[in-house]
Design a protein around this ligand. Structure first.
Ligand SMILES: N[C@@H](CCC(=O)N[C@@H](CS)C(=O)NCC(=O)O)C(=O)O
Length: 202
């Protein structure tokens, strides 16, 4: 199995963590989707990472689909509950965390533009998405829908999202007044799967 991805992508990190936690062996194919010369499109016409190439030659893309494919392999530990409604809830939280990653990525891309071309309105719009979604995560932790000591697709995705905020210094005050989210992140960051997928420092 080959995982096509970059070491800085939070979506790729989510998939790497799932594979590592399940003990699934994979080869990491390092591709930089924003570089002019990259091979991502041969795996995903959208030119985005991650993509997963199976030993049977199937190619899966978009991280929620890859996560679902991995779950279909039936390898413990299960990262999504069996009960359909509970599974849907976990996937919705994954979508929420993925949305934080999307908004953070959009902010990083906006800030990479020449200063004169950057839109404050757009940056604010993305910041609001992030804040609202982090508030929702904290609320889910408060009401017990998500637990800080549970390892599943929802908590992994949330931890990857806040890990990316830390890495790119997006919404640097995210942890203020969100103590349960901090606890969840700290708990998951201690796991070997997260330590091994930490984005490169420089
Ligand atoms: N919905 C996609 C998002 C993946 C994504 O946006 N990946 C970024 C890297 S973090 C990418 O490859 N961007 C390249 C591009 O947009 O051209 C998923 O969940 O896999």
């Amino acid at each position: 199995m080959k995982l096509i991805g970059s070491y800085t992508s939070p979506f790729v990190r989510k998939i790497s963590v799932l594979l590592l936690e399940k003990g699934i062996t994979f080869e990491f194919v390092n591709e930089q989707p924003y570089n002019a010369e990259n091979g991502v499109a041969q795996y995903n016409p959208l030119g985005k990472v991650p993509a997963l190439l199976t030993d049977d030659g199937e190619c899966w893309f978009d991280s929620p689909i890859i996560a679902e494919y991995i779950e279909l392999l039936g390898i413990a530990p299960a990262m999504v509950p069996r009960e359909p409604k509970a599974a849907l809830t976990v996937r919705q939280i994954e979508a929420l965390a993925d949305g934080i990653m999307d908004a953070a990525l959009a902010s990083v891309r906006e800030q990479a533009r020449p200063a004169a071309q950057q839109s404050e309105t757009e940056l604010l719009r993305q910041r609001e998405k992030i804040n609202r979604s982090l508030d929702r995560c904290e609320q889910l932790l408060e009401d017990g829908s998500v637990k800080t000591d549970t390892l599943n697709l929802a908590t992994i995705a949330i931890a990857c999202a806040v890990g990316y905020l830390n890495f790119r210094h997006v919404s640097p005050g995210w942890c203020v007044e969100r103590p349960l989210l901090v606890k969840l992140a700290e708990t998951l960051f201690q796991r070997e799967s997260f330590a091994r997928t930490e984005p490169p420092k420089a």
